[in-house]
Design a protein. Structure first.
Lengths: 257, 291
């Protein structure tokens, strides 16, 4: 393989005095779906925010297509083709669905292409076409998540950063949205970096997985391999194991500790 | 007949309040800061126009001076954000509030030094003559103020609805974080909003000065406009205009039908009532965010 689309090297980020990311390195190849798993407060969202320029790293590099982009203004990073679909949707509540999509293409000036992509978004999310004149704040949670993803697609991104798209949605809706993400990856060739707490559905979708704990990557590998790993099974997939001594699950140590 | 006359002059005053209130709300929505110098911006806009067009100063034709003054105030607003307010990013709201109050004092002082503290009249073609409709006599200036405000409102509406920049301004004020995620240069957009509110203040100033004399203390009118913005629901542009009109109309009626002095406190009494009955204001756009 040539150079990776996104190459993060030894990244460190702080929230004030608190070190939220403690030397993270990872790679995303073109066309892949890479997932970063981890519990609350592991630093997953901080990692995405550092990539998209909302936060500046203290140390380390973020290389996109071989160019260093760390510490740049967010709109500069968007112009290079990285879009961040934030946690908790963050749509523009008083603007219509259509206007939200228009803003997704804010940095683009090719009107024809934008119109074509709007049609594409409506194809993947027909409900948005139905509601195109409605204020985004009046949509349901699942529809808002679809709008947030659709708005991200309007950039025609080379890399899409997705922060917990399953958050607060019913299992059925999560299935639906992840099925659409898979289609977007195979049909539109959108490269994705997906941050999730829901390890099961994320590993199911992704090619490569990383596991983060308190700011560090503690495990990585292909999604199939991670899915087979005992640690992942017991700590992230919630499988109960029955040991002979009746050992309690919470007493088990993780192998990386 | 008397009723109609009171109404028209009240509406004309209300338009000026409304335009200043619009400036308050524009900046508040975009940056969550309140610019307490907005009234003084209005006064400055009036004096800049006066300085450009009056015979004893530069004596430019009014129709050249007015757009020029609006542009100067827009640039001033942008530069103020660029050089001063942007550097307060992350500081507490109080810092911004105190800074803009201080800025108001500075503007009043500077205007006094340049143009003097005596009331002066703008040589405005809007101010000439009366309109006679049967037994009703309407001031030409009052009618012109109302017409210009209507045009300004339509312009702003079109701007926010139809242009990409207007849409980006709305986006940045509704969800600043998401605006960053969309690649909108939020800081520049906020600067442009300061520029827009400077321009709006200049229009208000020109209209105000066309209706009567101005002096450097005219900016204190901003307090009434602030009340108007609160009544309309701080954060709603149509609300700001409506609040201004309500206050403007209440004043002449209160002074006509109530004992002397009541017209002074009428706007604030109304403000109190609105705050008690509808704390979000009459036209607020409060939505609860879905999780």
């Amino acid at each position: 393989m040539g150079e990776p689309l996104l190459d993060i090297r030894n990244l460190e980020s702080f929230y004030g005095p608190i070190m939220a990311i403690r030397g993270v390195s990872l790679k995303v190849e073109k066309g892949q779906i890479v997932t970063v798993l981890g519990a609350n407060g592991a630093g997953k969202s901080t990692l995405l925010r550092t990539i998209s320029g909302i936060m500046d790293p203290e140390k380390g590099q973020v290389l996109f297509n071989g160019r260093e982009i760390q510490g740049q203004e967010p709109h500069k990073i968007v112009q290079q083709g990285i879009v961040h679909v934030p946690e908790g949707r963050e749509v523009f509540p008083l603007l219509t669905v259509d206007e939200n999509l228009t803003l997704g293409a804010y940095t683009r000036s090719d009107k024809v292409g934008v119109q074509r992509d709007r049609e594409m978004v409506f194809e993947y999310f027909p409900i948005l076409a139905e509601r195109r004149g409605q204020e985004a704040g009046t949509l349901s949670g699942g529809q808002q998540q679809m709008l947030a993803i659709g708005r991200g697609l309007m950039l025609r991104p080379e890399l899409m950063l997705l922060d917990e798209p399953s958050l607060g949605l019913s299992p059925l809706l999560v299935q639906e949205i992840f099925a659409i993400l898979r289609r977007l990856n195979t049909q539109e060739h959108v490269t994705m970096m997906l941050v999730e707490q829901n390890a099961h559905i994320a590993l199911d979708l992704a090619d490569i997985g990383y596991v983060m704990e308190i700011g560090r990557i503690v495990m990585d590998g292909s999604a199939e391999r991670l899915m087979q790993s005992e640690d992942i099974k017991s700590f992230y997939l919630g499988h109960q194991e029955t040991s002979q001594r009746g050992e309690r699950r919470w007493k088990r140590k993780k192998t990386w500790r | 007949m008397e009723f109609l006359q009171l109404l028209v002059s009240g509406l004309a005053n209300g338009c000026v309040y409304g335009l200043i209130a619009l400036g308050f709300v524009l900046i508040y929505k975009a940056t969550e800061a309140v610019n307490f110098a907005q009234g003084d911006f209005m006064m400055l806009g009036a004096f800049v126009t006066l300085g450009l067009t009056n015979a004893e100063h530069m004596h430019l034709p009014f129709w050249l001076a007015a757009p020029l003054a609006i542009m100067i105030m827009a640039v001033l607003g942008y530069l103020l954000d660029f050089f001063v307010l942007r550097h307060l990013f992350g500081q507490s709201q109080t810092a911004v509030v105190i800074l803009t109050i201080a800025l108001g004092f500075v503007i009043r002082f500077v205007a006094g030094v340049i143009w003097g503290h005596e009331p002066q009249t703008l040589e405005s073609p809007l101010a000439i003559g009366d309109i006679h409709l049967g037994s009703v006599v309407l001031g030409m200036a009052d009618v012109a103020v109302i017409v210009v405000t209507v045009l300004m409102t339509l312009f702003l509406y079109q701007f926010f609805q139809r242009t990409k920049l207007g849409l980006a301004m709305q986006a940045a004020s509704q969800n600043q974080m998401a605006a960053y995620y969309m690649g909108i240069p939020v800081k520049r957009v906020q600067g442009l909003i300061w520029g827009l509110s400077g321009a709006t203040a200049a229009v208000a100033g020109i209209l105000f000065a066309s209706k009567g004399a101005i002096d450097p203390n005219a900016g204190l009118l901003g307090i009434k406009a602030f009340a108007a913005a609160v009544i309309g629901g701080f954060g709603s542009l149509p609300g700001a205009l409506a609040g201004g009109l309500i206050i403007g109309v209440i004043e002449p009626f209160a002074s006509r039908y109530f004992p002397a002095g009541y017209s002074q406190i009428a706007p604030y009494a109304l403000l109190l009532i609105v705050l008690v009955v509808r704390p979000h204001g009459l036209f607020s756009q409060v939505r609860i965010k879905k999780v």
